[in-house]
Ligand binder design. Structure first.
Ligand code: FEO
Ligand code: CA
Ligand code: CA
Ligand code: CA
Length: 677
């Protein structure tokens, strides 16, 4: 891929200062407009959003917690187009809702109920707010708007039927009362990062789905303490675990009962209850944004874990495709899928997108990453044929489908490297290197004694409590961005080299221990999360989801122009330990940031996360999501808007009511130039 030479100087804008204002701040010469917010109607018949908690019919409205997002062009006559710059569809993930206890309080008039059983009417609103939107957007008279009555508008919720595709389809692990054949499931849940396939479809990662299910206090024994108990625990559900919202309490209807993952029936295969229901979540979901009639498919060959984005490697005709992915939990892994099918450029514009997905995403090999202290690394295949997996003492895998459903356990078996929470990944179009956000990790500890705490290692080298680096103890609160350069095999390479592109840090932190990328006040950030290269400008957009620096600034987005793996230097960190001898860790840090290579572009409203990014093909309209403004608001203050921590976007003139709303914004440059120039 050749990145076109920019007509304007990139990063020519003046950096946005850190701030705590309840607005979206962009550089002088740019305009940010609100485009599509929680509750906006998606059909002509749906009433306007009142934003006072009385609204319903969320299957026909924008969902909540806008997250990953992709742009799909539409020609003037409504056909898929890769060149359209004034009309398209946005595929938007709706990850979650704002809650402290059980209730998603901003969408209920009185804040809703936090006691079990919860009212079915509240549950019905909350389940409909999760999932995905496809919404038409267009530029009319120089202004971008979403199209309320577009025939393309569509919602997937966590109850929409989806197909199970690939090696796990039909496996006994997927048999439920809903699908006795194990080939379908209901809904997609906690959709976080996204991706766009080389054939133009939308992919969405199911992340923290586990927490929505409950298990009875005696479920281990009910299951006969069979191996499913180890699987459930490894994915965060010990027996007695309570669900995030109590949706299982809504009544006997299956749409509520399915959130109880306990063994309740007498069958041996799970066909009379929902004991296997969680095995239907945790995948990369593929959908055809242009075709409402096609059920979305869960691509099980890519493994089951807490998915974020899915980034496709550089395309080479006649070579396999590589898909890079992370598992966002503390001390989880980085993965790569390599297709069996070899890339044929004729597949870039198919008549049937999901059939093309069947070709490339249902057959292949899944690998997990192991990082080595010398700056190299290897991809280890997660195969039932690997003796470490076949003979693993922690879990007995039945077949390859079992390996994919329990990818975390397979990663344990082969000794993969436990990372500081892998969030998004993206591929640099200039050189094919793969960037991974490692957002933070409270379980990194210099004095780790085993169990859930791990000592720093080369690829996850920092641990400190004091933000300045004066004390070295536990946690990597600021995160880092690691990058990988594949070996000579390209997509199918089994070895790679790596370094750390940027370490998040406060600019005043110790340059030898914490601020290893020499960030200045125009560049400093904490907890990188969303990460995407612009196909138009090659800019690496970095978005934050931070709790460590939010006393000083709201979350933000930065523009980076990175170099390449190996352009920096080796750094040796030495930590004092309780044991006496210091812990010495070598790491590799990329070239220090300069004002020409990294600059803060945006700061969001109070208590929001910046996430999700896509653009028109000319790079002149950039779409960004503002997630959960004011999420720390106390539910007890629901009747008093003056006590909401944020009133965005109503304070920017968008919509009725004062309750804060997640929303998509569109950023344009006043002189018509490309975003980031
Ligand atoms: Fe939904 Fe890991 O961010
Ligand atoms: Ca995220
Ligand atoms: Ca995050
Ligand atoms: Ca969030």
């Amino acid at each position: 891929v050749v990145v076109p030479q920019p007509p304007e100087k990139l990063l020519g804008f003046t950096a946005v200062a850190k701030n705590l204002s309840d607005v979206v701040t962009v550089p002088a010469g740019y305009t940010a407009s609100i485009l599509y917010a929680l509750g906006d109607p998606l059909s002509a018949a749906t009433p306007a959003f009142k934003n006072d908690g009385s609204d319903s019919d969320y299957e026909n409205r924008a969902g909540d917690h806008h997250d990953g997002m992709e742009f799909f062009g539409l020609s003037a006559d409504g056909k898929p187009s890769t060149t359209s710059v004034e009309r398209g569809l946005l595929g938007v993930n709706h990850e979650a809702t704002t809650n402290q206890a059980l209730s998603s309080f901003f969408i209920h008039t009185d804040g809703g109920s936090n006691t079990l059983p919860r009212p079915a009417a509240e549950i019905d609103k909350e389940t409909a707010l999760h999932g995905v939107s496809f919404v038409e957007v267009r530029k009319t008279g120089g202004k971008w708007e979403y199209v309320k009555d577009s025939a393309f508008n569509r919602r997937l919720t966590c109850l929409t039927p989806c197909e199970i595709s690939g090696p796990v389809s039909g496996n006994a692990l997927l048999v439920t009362k809903f699908s006795k054949t194990g080939t379908t499931t209901r809904g997609t849940l906690n959709n976080c990062g996204t991706g766009k396939t080389p054939w133009g479809s939308f992919v969405s990662g199911e992340e923290n789905w586990s927490g929505y299910f409950t298990r009875a206090k005696t479920d281990d024994a009910a299951r006969g303490n069979d191996k499913s108990v180890a699987s459930l625990k490894r994915y965060g559900r010990s027996q007695g675990a309570a669900s995030r919202h109590g949706w299982e309490s809504g009544g006997s209807d299956d749409k509520y009962a399915r959130w109880n993952n306990s063994k309740l029936g007498a069958s041996t295969d799970g066909s009379d209850d929902y004991r296997n229901e969680m095995n239907g979540m945790g995948y990369i979901l593929e959908a055809d944004p242009y075709n409402k009639g096609k059920a979305a498919k869960k691509r099980t060959a890519l493994g089951r874990y807490a998915h974020e984005s899915a980034a496709f490697g550089k395309l080479v005709a006649g070579q396999p495709l590589a898909v890079y992915m992370g598992d966002d939990s503390r001390n989880e892994y980085i993965y790569k899928f390599v297709s069996t099918a070899l890339w044929n450029a004729a597949d870039a514009n198919p008549a049937d997108m999901l059939a093309t997905g069947d070709k490339y995403l249902d057959k292949g090999k899944l690998y997990v990453a192991k990082f080595t202290a010398d700056g190299s690394g290897s991809w280890i295949e997660l195969s039932i044929g690997n003796p470490l997996i076949a003979a693993y003492a922690g879990y007995t895998f039945a077949d390859q489908a079992d390996v994919l459903v329990n990818a975390r356990l397979a990663g344990d078996a082969v000794g993969a490297t436990k990372m500081d929470r892998p969030e998004w990944c993206s591929v640099n179009p200039a050189n094919g290197e793969v960037y991974f956000s490692l957002t933070n990790n409270s379980n990194r500890n210099v004095n780790a004694s085993g169990s859930s705490q791990l000592a720093p290692d080369s690829a996850n080298p920092r641990a400190y409590t004091d933000m300045k680096g004066n004390s070295a103890q536990n946690g990597n609160p600021n995160g880092h961005i690691l990058r990988v350069k594949e070996g000579s095999g390209g997509a199918a390479a089994l070895v790679f080299s790596w370094d750390v592109y940027l370490f998040g840090a406060e600019s005043g932190a110790d340059a030898g221990k914490v601020n290893l990328s020499s960030l200045t006040s125009d560049q400093d950030f904490s907890s990188p999360d969303g990460l995407a290269f612009s196909p138009s400008t090659g800019i690496c957009w970095i978005q934050t989801d931070d709790g460590a620096y939010t006393d000083v600034t709201n979350c933000m987005m930065l523009a980076g122009l990175p170099g390449q793996v190996g352009d920096g230097k080796k750094v040796t960190l030495s930590y004092p330990t309780n044991a006496g001898a210091p812990l010495v860790v070598d790491t590799f840090v990329g070239k220090a940031a300069t004002p020409d290579t990294l600059k803060r572009f945006l700061v969001g409203p109070i208590d929001s996360e910046i996430t999700g990014i896509c653009e028109t093909p000319d790079g002149k309209a950039l779409f960004v999501n503002i997630q959960h403004p004011g999420e720390g608001t106390n539910q007890a203050n629901i009747a008093d808007p003056s006590k909401y921590l944020s009133q965005w976007p109503s304070n920017a003139g968008y919509g009725a009511g004062k309750r804060p709303r997640s929303a998509t914004i569109v950023i344009t440059k006043n002189d018509g130039g490309r975003i980031g120039s």
